[in-house]
Ligand binder design. Structure first.
Ligand code: NAD
Ligand code: UD1
Length: 337
């Protein structure tokens, strides 16, 4: 079975490509490399000893996508391609709406025209209305606070409406919580450009001495220790969740939505502790003010994914910290030389 991964050179896509190949699937990647490099694809091929058909194209380019679908008999699509930086989306809303929505619309259109009926979509926990209490359940109210979030919200809606209009189709919308970590081999991992916005990539840069200290955004939240609480899950568990979602999609029609998280929240200081204890490195930090738009805590209720997909996050916080550190030690400059 041949699976197309849009955005497959990126952080989550490359880990999913590796798992798919190890499970015996064939993998095709369409990525314009706007936030990734071909090196991740090369590493996945090297690690698995299996080939990936790679197309350096924009997923919003209908002709290029048509040519891909004509050249490769694709059975199902994992749609990772998109821009994902919240702050940048506030500065450049049109870029985010244009990229994230036009990729989704073109992809659905060209998939359908070429007889491909199954799609698994990368949504985000950010689509839940911040006023909800945790644990977050799939049927809770939705609402976003920034353009990036709205593109995920609208992406879900577009897919759902398209599947309603074409009932022979099958879509699984996956709401990821906070993926961190790396493949345990250290051959692939997260490699953000510039100064990281997200917690674990920032801690990573402090750990290898590229940044002096972590800035903890607020210690006056209504949480155990006053710092923000999130549901961190290992990127390999997330990748496996996609394969479970695919297996489900192949047997059903219609649209289904699942949280992918552990169901367990950790605070910023607990993450710092876990990183220090697991890896025996010190993470100096200072307490700063709150980051605009942050909320105190959110974590998933993952029981639907457990019951319906048979998926459960298996890896611990210590595994996430250890695998991040292995990746960093082997690749202090990420995928760059
Ligand atoms: P990433 O930036 O590492 O990967 C996204 C990939 O999409 C990149 O390789 C990029 O080059 C590619 N891409 C972007 N626009 C494209 C286009 N028009 N045509 C072709 N390729 C394009 O991000 P990631 O962390 O792997 O995230 C994957 C998906 O999961 C994204 O849709 C993101 O919004 C979503 N998501 C990520 C997180 C997270 O914390 N990483 C959380 C929730 C949801
Ligand atoms: C971020 C995105 C969110 C996305 C999610 C996916 C923002 C505002 N939100 O959420 O849309 O779905 O990633 O993983 O970017 N923190 C620090 N210091 C830092 C970085 C983070 O204290 O240098 C804290 C934050 O305040 C938060 C926690 O660490 O409490 C996690 O932050 P982050 O990794 O950016 O993830 P989210 O805020 O959950």
């Amino acid at each position: 079975m041949k699976i197309l991964l849009t955005g497959g050179a990126g952080y989550i896509g490359s880990h999913t490509a590796l798992q798919l190949l190890e499970c015996g699937y064939e993998v095709v990647v369409a990525d314009n490399l706007c936030n990734s490099s071909y090196e991740s694809i090369r590493r996945v091929q090297e690690h698995t000893g299996k080939p990936i058909a790679f197309y350096e194209i924009d997923v919003a380019d209908g002709e290029a996508m048509d040519a891909l679908f004509k050249a490769e008999p694709i059975d199902a699509v994992f749609h990772f391609a998109g821009l994902k930086a919240v702050g940048e989306s506030v500065q450049k809303p049109l870029e985010y709406y244009r990229n994230n929505l036009s990729t989704t619309i073109t992809l659905l259109d060209r998939m359908y025209a070429n007889g491909v009926r199954y799609i698994v979509y990368s949504s985000s926990a950010t689509v839940y209305d911040a006023a909800n209490v945790s644990p977050r359940l799939e049927d809770m109210s939705l609402g976003c606070t920034n353009p990036y979030g709205w593109t995920k919200f609208m992406g879900e809606r577009i897919i759902q409406d398209f599947v309603t209009a074409n009932p022979e189709m099958s879509a699984v919308l996956l709401r990821y919580f906070n993926p961190i970590g790396a493949h345990e081999s250290g051959c692939i991992g997260e490699d953000p450009a510039g100064i990281p916005n997200n917690l674990m990539p920032y801690i990573s840069q402090v750990a290898i001495g590229k940044l002096e200290k972590l800035h903890v955004f607020g210690n006056d939240y209504d949480t155990r220790d006053g710092t923000g609480v999130r549901d961190y899950l290992h990127v390999v568990d997330l990748a496996i969740g996609h394969i479970k979602a695919l297996e489900f999609a192949l047997k059903h029609t219609g649209t289904e939505v699942f949280n992918l998280g552990t169901g367990c929240g950790y605070s910023v200081l607990e993450i710092v502790d876990a990183f220090e204890n697991t890896n025996g490195v010190k993470i100096p930090y200072v307490i700063d003010g709150r980051r605009a738009g942050d909320i105190d805590e959110y974590y998933a209720d993952p029981s639907r994914a457990n019951e319906v997909l048979g998926w459960k996050a298996e890896r611990t916080l210590s595994d996430m910290c250890r695998d991040t550190w292995t990746w960093l030690q082997k690749n202090p400059n990420g995928f760059r030389e």
